[in-house]
Design a protein around this ligand. Sequence first.
Ligand code: HEM
Length: 444
Amino acid sequence: MRNDTPVPVVEIASTTSTPLQQVMDLLREHGPVIRRRLHGRDVLFVADPDLVAELCDEERFAKHVGPALENVRAFAEDGLFTAYNDEPNWARAHDVLMPAFALGSMRTYHPVMLRVARRLIRSWDAAETPVDVPEDMTRMTLDTIGLAGFGYDFASFARDEPHPFVQAMVRCLEWSMHRLGRRAGDDHDAEDAAFGEDAAYLASVVDDVITARTASGETGQDDLMGLMLGSDLDHANIRNQVITFLIAGHETTSGALAFALYHLVKHPGELRAVQREVDALWGDTDGPEPTFEEVGLLRRTRQVLNEALRLWPTAAAFSRHARVDTVLGGRIPMRAGDAATVVVPMLHRDAAVWGDNPELFDPSRFDPEAEAARPVHAYKPFGTGERACIGRQFALHEATMLLAMLVHRYRFADHDRYGLRVKETLTLKPDGFTLEISPRTERF
Ligand code: HEM
């Protein structure tokens, strides 16, 4: 695009139930930077890698808590994800919790992650019907963050329906998303009242989690709850952090796993490549006990997850605002405080960076040489800068181990020739994705 090309203003009448995919289509049609106008409000959406690289410059730009996150603040308040940059509780909580996410801490969570991975496997071994992939991944990731972070067991595999916490949380996220498309003056009292009940329920579950822990007297452990109870964070903030971690710590990881399985099933050659990798490690062992170190050896499996997060980064957008008056790309004036939203799936499909078939699922894009040759800000599934994802290593360790265990143990049948439908609840999931599974009998 020439440097002086004006940014197209694209007016739309309403959003859809998939607003992110609507924006992706607008960017496909009008180019990698647009101003979308909805009900008289403009949002600057960016997918151009050079502009995104500028937005990632921490000297000029910072995380923006835009309208979507403002809505999430209605139930997560000043938790880490939704805190304003200058809110004192952000830095306080960040300092308290950072040590719990250093790479070495993953060693501590590994046994819990393995224990919950086993629950999923037991449940799939016993399953008679096709399994609902996103639902079971969500059971697994919720139980993992509950146990690893807070010593609380959601026991999701013992329930036929998702845990009511998940149902309430999904409704809260949907409320946050749909609220963005509201027209001034319309009546939303009933939705808002239902949201209020769900938010109160989330808070009550979290209070139970905190009470269970304080009552147990085991406040000195160095998991997230132990760190917070041993700090000067107040009760309200601890509650906001727990809600934040229960949401941020499982929705996105479960989506990533579900997309990864979807791609593997659709690309048998890639499935064979990861099966080869896990077979080389675990051979014929029935029910291997992956060690912490082994998870680090699962390079191909990790590349599959990276590539799944390229095509469908499950937290698909993040926003940045200008710290001072500036001009983005030498042509888009921004006043201090003006914001732009990075549309990550479109950044991840830029042909100049990813080649002329960016829709193709190809984990070799994450071979070390290919990665080294790419611009640093071309791949951003975990956000950027000091407000980037604190749970990245946690998510990747958990997801890599589980994916490896699943491809080692099962054959997958795409019994209804699933066509991808991406469901949006602020995060992304393959909607209605089910698989028939059976034990693998032959190994490489
Ligand atoms: C922040 C993505 C897993 C906790 C973020 C952000 C992104 C992201 C894009 C930045 C948002 C922004 O700039 O507005 C993901 C993805 C995950 C994942 C794609 C899985 C594949 C996790 C896990 C945890 C977690 C497992 C916790 C155990 C957080 C928190 C923040 C955050 C607390 C806010 C950090 C801060 O602002 O200080 N994540 N996340 N995430 N994530 Fe994750």
